[in-house]
Design a protein around this ligand. Structure first.
Ligand SMILES: C[S@@+](CC[C@H](N)C(=O)[O-])C[C@H]1O[C@@H](n2cnc3c(N)ncnc32)[C@H](O)[C@@H]1O
Length: 269
């Protein structure tokens, strides 16, 4: 059977994981959009998943702006499209496509990707192409992880194991779970100007990132077993232990460090 290039389970289960992910990441993404996403902008969201960020962008750009989301997973694209219709959003649309083989028919003021590049082998190539999709003065805005940021108190061997499994599953498919700190150099090498960076980390005593760590572990469990990193029994034991740590409000868990980086297309109009 051909290996799926994307390591995390997709479809409806994947969509509900992304809803949780968006709730956790709102703390970092909302201020970023407040800073970069303005009324009237034409925005492109690469690897848009369930459309949570595209929906937030649509509210910011308003009726004179537009948002296009592109994702490989046709099931998520269908759900995002249905949600946009249900919300009465007329300024957002989605396309199912592999961004490595896709090109837009227009240029954008803002091209954005959250947690996509760390899964792709062809990161620099995509950024180089995405720079060409920017209108003069447009901004390329990225959010991505460094999985080494994970921590727990008290220390948990199961969390360490989970982090190592995730990193290996992603690496086997050509991704890089430590990508975050590389984002500024990738942007510079792709020709973007005035590159900037910030970072933050989600932490919790209950809910939030604690639940997301468990759900992510479950979402990559098929890949972990397929890759021979653990047996189903070993996996079950680790997930059960993580679940009990996540449910205990006296323990702290922190997720990946989330890097936010941006660079501008400084071409004159
Ligand atoms: C971790 S999810 C993030 C989704 C969304 N950006 C968010 O933050 O809520 C990564 C998304 O990238 C999509 N993806 C992975 N490889 C892709 C590719 N080559 N082309 C388009 N989408 C891709 C997956 O289907 C998934 O929805």
């Amino acid at each position: 059977m051909a290996q799926n290039p994307y390591s995390i389970r997709g479809g409806e289960v994947g969509r509900s994981r992304l809803r949780l992910l968006s709730e956790v990441m709102r703390e970092g993404t909302d201020p970023l959009l407040d800073r970069f996403c303005m009324p009237g902008m034409r925005c492109l969201d690469l690897g848009s998943g369930g459309g949570d960020v595209a929906t937030s962008m649509a509210a910011r750009v308003g009726d004179n702006g537009s948002v296009l989301g592109v994702d490989l997973d046709a099931a998520k694209v269908a759900m995002a499209t249905a949600e946009a219709h249900a919300l009465g959003l007329r300024n957002v649309a989605y396309e199912a496509a592999n961004v490595n083989e896709w090109s837009p028919s227009e240029r954008f003021d803002l091209v954005y990707a959250r947690f996509l590049l760390s899964h792709l082998p062809s990161r620099w190539e995509l950024l180089k192409r995405a720079k060409e999709w920017l209108a003069p003065g447009g901004v390329l805005l990225l959010e991505d992880i460094d999985f080494r940021g994970h921590r727990s108190h008290p220390h948990s061997l199961e969390l360490d194991t989970t982090v190592a499994w995730y990193e290996q599953v992603v690496a086997k498919r050509g991704g890089n779970a430590w990508l975050g700190p590389e984002l500024p150099s990738l942007l510079r090498e792709a020709g973007l100007a005035n590159v900037g960076i910030s970072a933050w980390q989600p932490v919790a005593l209950h809910g939030g990132i604690k639940d997301l760590i468990v759900v992510t572990m479950e979402a990559i469990s098929q890949a972990i077993v397929e890759d021979g990193l653990a047996t189903e029994d070993e996996l079950r034991r680790v997930v059960e232990r993580l679940r009990s740590i996540a449910a205990d409000p006296t323990t702290l868990m922190g997720g990946p460090t989330v890097f936010q980086a941006w660079g501008w297309n400084d071409e004159e109009a």
